[in-house]
Design a protein around this ligand. Structure first.
Ligand SMILES: Cc1cc2nc3c(=O)[nH]c(=O)nc-3n(C[C@H](O)[C@H](O)[C@H](O)COP(=O)(O)O)c2cc1C
Length: 242
């Protein structure tokens, strides 16, 4: 019997299961499970991840192993054993949440002792021969898509360095609409579930599906901001601040 396609999903939200990243992530995983994948989700905010101490022992003294004992070694093993890594992350202050950032920094033991300069950039080569396949699901609170540029660019650069392959990027702006007006995102969510199915059954995601999932759903950015200001005003009123 063939081994099931294995997906490791990493949710970087500080709200873990209660955040909006989880809603998007589970839409994708629903499709993947329907297509037969074995899916596991881990939450960086629930894990013990100590900061990298920049001692380089994992390269020059104990290759591949960090001296710190926390949840990172088990996570590295899970990543290595997965067929697909799904990264679900909100934008906090124009980048990924701090727990997720700590996680990436602690991947240092997976990088070897060799740097290479090619095509105008420096690569810190990994010790793994695996071409890690990745899907990213990125969301932010503001309506404009530019808010996702920096996190998207960071993931692209990280996986370009490690020789990975990003199979699909799914971008969601003004993310609270997923809760307040899910009907606006109905087609995008359906496409996200379809993408989960496709990645398992085809080992790729059709470009039409990616396009559909990334279709703009906010008609008027200024109205969106006005609505957010109204919501904060109401909450402040409820708390007796106004
Ligand atoms: C500390 C913090 C910083 C944020 N920074 C940004 C930002 O720079 N740009 C943006 O568009 N949204 C920003 N947001 C909004 C979040 O990206 C948005 O609320 C997202 O849905 C949170 O996802 P979660 O519920 O999964 O944590 C920020 C939210 C927080 C709490």
């Amino acid at each position: 019997m063939n081994k099931p396609y294995k997906i490791l999903a990493i949710n970087g939200s500080h709200r873990s299961k209660n955040g909006i990243s989880e809603i998007m992530l589970q839409k994708f995983l629903k499709g993947a499970r329907l297509a037969g994948a074995d899916c596991e989700t881990v939450y960086t905010s629930k894990m013990k991840i100590l900061p990298c101490k920049v001692c380089h022992q994992c390269i020059v003294k104990t290759p591949g192993a960090c001296f710190q004992k926390d949840d990172m070694q088990a996570l590295i093993d899970k990543i290595e054993n997965s067929d697909l890594l799904v990264l679900a992350s909100p934008v906090y202050f124009d980048t990924m949440p701090s727990d997720m950032k700590k996680m990436f920094e602690r991947l240092m033991p997976t990088l070897g002792p060799v740097f290479e300069f090619k095509n105008g950039r420096t690569y810190h080569k990994t010790t793994s021969s695996k071409k890690q396949q990745v899907v990213s699901i990125l969301l932010c609170g503001n309506p404009e898509r530019e808010c996702l540029d920096s996190i998207k660019g960071t993931f692209q650069r990280i996986f370009n360095n490690t020789g990975g392959q990003i199979l699909g990027e799914f971008l969601f702006t003004s993310s609270s609409l997923a809760v307040s007006h899910p009907e606006l995102l109905a087609n995008q969510f359906e496409a996200l579930t379809e993408a989960g199915k496709e990645v398992v059954s085809l080992n790729k995601i059709n470009s039409e599906t990616i396009k559909e999932a990334n279709t703009e759903y906010i008609a008027d950015y200024e109205a969106d901001i006005t609505q957010k200001n109204k919501m904060f005003k109401e909450l402040r009123e409820q708390n007796g601040l106004l």
